[in-house]
Write a protein that binds this ligand. Structure first.
Ligand code: NAD
Ligand code: ZN
Length: 359
């Protein structure tokens, strides 16, 4: 069966286009008696962007904390806060949700948008195509680029049992506001780690067994843009990085990631290591699997003076290492994409353990 996936229907791109957000939202606002929800990364509480948010008197502005990667309990709590606010509007759903931040905040916005129209806990929907009802209209305004969360049909959440996305056509954003000015000043290391998420997505997709022309077309463009951004630099690097993230996300929509992501999910679940930095820690140990990609990645690290943490896994308790291996080993499509249908003959639990112990 070929996948018939949904894509974002509206995209505005360009320096300063964030100023158009108000106009974009107006047609979605009901004339009276309703509200928009803004879920905004709390890193912006003290920044000038705060004053540019088109929040009206009746709207609900929730500052989102992403010190930890998004958890299902946090999504449930935010959803509940919106539902409590809805009581002031006769239990009417909001006119829309605007997520402004990095991949974590965008994932939270997607998750709240689907959980407002679907019963129960977000943990019940971790998996594939479990969401029944369409989401509330939702808009993404990225402030970091690389994850591809702005285009993907997943919202990655850490639940009680596992780190797994809610994968559904209903999670896909209705509108993107891609303003390169908004990604201009994250800390250098954060920009690098999130940018490398895109680079690694491309390496894994372009070397994978699931590759096809659709995926290759987007992936090759995205990886070229990453090279221009992280090896050449230049005044329009933020514009290029934003588009790399978009193309990288489109590339994996029709293929899959690979070994780095499988191992990185284990790191993140057990040790709480964030996705971007976790990918970099793992990728640096994968020269046996992605020799050219890892060599180029190291040149990029050198150029940006990035020094990865060492001994993150070495010395952890055996049961934690076992759990990490469980999480990584369970991600079968990722291994199959990387190593082919007979991947279990090549990749054993012992081998995964060896790779982890080097990190
Ligand atoms: P993030 O959203 O976790 O943010 C990282 C840090 O940067 C946070 O402290 C945040 O407050 C800060 N930040 C954000 N924008 C900033 C700015 N402009 N200036 C200064 N600081 C800023 O980082 P991320 O790497 O974009 O996202 C990682 C998350 O994305 C993970 O939770 C991962 O699971 C998820 N992810 C999702 C998908 C998907 O398809 N849905 C794909 C890959 C990763
Ligand atoms: Zn990723």
């Amino acid at each position: 069966m070929f996948r018939n996936f949904k894509v974002v229907s509206h995209v505005v791109f360009g320096r300063g286009c964030f100023s158009q957000l108000n106009d974009i939202l107006v047609p979605h606002r009901q004339e009276t008696g309703s509200f928009m929800v803004f879920l905004v990364d709390d890193v912006f509480t003290e920044r000038s962007l705060r004053d540019r948010l088109p929040v009206k008197d009746q709207d609900l502005l929730l500052w989102v904390n992403v010190d930890d990667e998004p958890k299902t309990v946090y999504v449930d709590e935010l959803t509940q806060r919106v539902k409590t606010y809805m009581k002031e509007f006769s239990d009417q759903l909001p006119d829309g949700i605007v997520g402004l931040g990095g991949g974590s905040t965008l994932d939270i916005a997607k998750a709240v948008a689907v959980m407002l129209t679907n019963q129960g806990s977000s943990a019940d929907y971790q998996g594939w195509d479990l969401i029944r009802n369409p989401a509330v209209y939702h808009v993404a305004v990225p402030t970091l680029s690389g994850t591809g969360a702005e285009v993907s049909r997943t919202t990655v959440l850490i639940g009680p049992e596992r780190k797994l996305g809610i994968n559904s056509d209903h999670t896909v954003f209705d509108q993107l506001v891609l303003d390169p000015e908004l990604i201009a000043d994250p800390p250098t290391d954060q920009r690098f780690y999130t940018g490398m998420d895109c680079y690694i997505h491309c390496v894994e997709s372009l070397t994978g067994t699931y590759l096809n022309s659709f995926s290759k077309s987007f992936g090759e463009k995205a990886i070229d843009l990453c090279r221009e951004v992280f090896l050449d630099g230049g005044p329009d690097s933020d514009d290029k990085l934003m588009m790399a993230s978009y193309f990288g996300g489109m590339s994996i929509a029709y293929s899959q990631v690979g070994i780095c992501h499988a191992l990185s999910y284990g790191l993140s679940f057990v040790l709480g290591v964030h996705h971007g930095i976790g990918n970099c820690i793992v990728f640096d140990q994968l020269e046996g699997y992605y020799p050219e990609g890892v060599a180029e990645f190291r040149r990029m690290m050198e150029k940006h003076s990035i020094y990865l943490p060492r001994n993150v896994v070495a010395g952890i308790e055996g049961d934690k290492l076992d759990k990490m291996i469980d999480v990584a080993f369970s991600l079968e499509p990722l291994w199959e994409n990387a190593l082919g249908a007979d991947w279990k003959e090549v990749m054993t639990r012992e081998r995964i353990g060896e790779l982890y112990r080097r990190m």
